[in-house]
Design a protein around this ligand. Structure first.
Ligand code: IPM
Ligand code: MN
Length: 363
């Protein structure tokens, strides 16, 4: 019996549309080699959507996302100059991305930091530091904390402009992300690194308290506690010591970009954003307006997001694995795109679309 899944495809801004084309090629190839059909519905989202509809997350797009089984989203965002043409609250990040996260309560953000041997040359770290490869799953809470807390801006009694921005979590929110993190650790090495700042922040004190409560249900998992600033150093000095990591929203935003630096590019960072009823998948990077339309952006992060979607939304673990392996083997052939670091100039440079074709061929 063949099965049909509906995917909302939100191409986004900048390099988004070119990456989306490659993701769709991969999905079509998966259709050929499985009994699954993908119905792909396109929705405008981000800066381009604002200029077309006056809204960064238009009602039509919401309707498409509501009925889709999963959402695949390209990067969004405009250049600094272009952004200024849009009212602050409709700018793509505040007007589209955060509302998408809130709408589907996608609290669990999975950011794989994956550096197999075929990609090792991209890392700016010394070979002995990354030798043996890196395989970390960063789990970032995505709908709480500073991003979604109360915000107030104004002028105080002394006539000074001020801002008041809150870091808010309740115990249910923390418990939900902890359960996700412990489950993930159970399926991996059974070691969970907790990132916190409980020496300063009360939010981290509660975070750690809930962690201990959830830990009782996972006696097999060993928990290590690392303070967030120390974690930044440790990730650079010895990333191989980490496996599953859990952290609140803002810490995760920063450390996952640092992780992109370890790999050599944010272009190597796909992600999954999972809620109770729906998930969306996106590259962790921005829309790179400076290189948009040139066919030089590597589609890895978008195709990796497809791999995560196959696994987490459609239960297609085998196909997901094949997509990761296909991308590894393409890099293993000594090719790359010109946006990805190739310090010694040893690799053959392909266009975005040629790279996608190679992945499809490897599949
Ligand atoms: C990310 C991005 C977003 C975030 C921006 C675009 C709002 O940097 O997904 O990490 O800060 O969460
Ligand atoms: Mn970020």
């Amino acid at each position: 019996m063949s099965k049909t899944y509906t995917i909302a495809m939100l191409e986004g801004d900048g390099i988004g549309p070119e990456l989306a084309v490659e993701a769709i090629k991969v999905l079509r190839k998966i259709e050929e080699t499985s009994d699954v059909t993908f119905e792909i519905l396109h929705g405008d989202f981000g800066g381009a959507a604002y200029f077309k509809h006056g809204q960064a997350f238009p009602e039509e797009t919401k309707a498409i996302c509501d009925k889709a089984d999963a959402i695949l989203k390209g990067p969004i965002g405009l250049s600094f100059e272009e952004s200024k043409k849009i009212p602050i609250d409709e700018q793509p990040e505040r007007g589209a991305l955060l509302p998408l996260r809130r709408r589907y309560n996608t609290f669990a953000n999975f950011r794989p930091v994956y550096l197999p041997p075929e990609l090792a040359h991209f890392s700016p770290l010394k070979p002995h530091v990354v030798e043996g490869g890196i395989d970390i799953m960063m789990i970032r809470e995505l709908v709480g904390g500073l991003y979604f807390g109360k915000k107030e801006v104004g002028v105080n009694a002394a006539g000074k402009r001020y801002v008041d921005e809150h870091l808010e979590y309740d115990e249910d929110q923390i418990r939900a992300i902890m359960v996700v993190a412990f489950d993930e650790a159970m399926g991996r090495s059974k070691v969970l690194t907790n990132i916190h700042k409980s020496n300063v922040l009360k939010s981290s004190v509660l975070w750690n308290e809930i962690l201990e409560e959830v830990h009782v249900d996972y006696p097999e998992v060993e928990v290590k506690h690392v303070i967030v600033d120390a974690a930044a150093t440790a990730l650079v000095l010895n990333p191989r010591q980490f496996d599953t990591m859990v952290m609140e929203n803002m810490f995760g935003d920063i450390l996952s970009d640092l992780a992109g630096g370890i790999l050599g590019s944010l272009g190597l960072m796909p992600s999954a954003c999972v809620g109770p009823d729906k998930a969306y998948y996106e590259p962790s990077h921005g829309s790179a307006p400076d290189i948009a339309g040139q066919g030089i952006a590597n589609p890895y992060s978008m195709i990796g997001s497809v791999a995560l979607m196959l696994d987490k939304s459609f239960g297609m673990k085998e196909e997901s694995r094949r997509v990761w392996d296909a991308m590894r083997s393409v890099f293993g052939d000594g090719v790359t795109t010109s946006d990805l670091r190739d310090p010694e100039g040893k690799f053959t440079i392909l266009t975005t679309s040629e790279f996608g074709d190679r992945v499809v061929a490897a599949l």
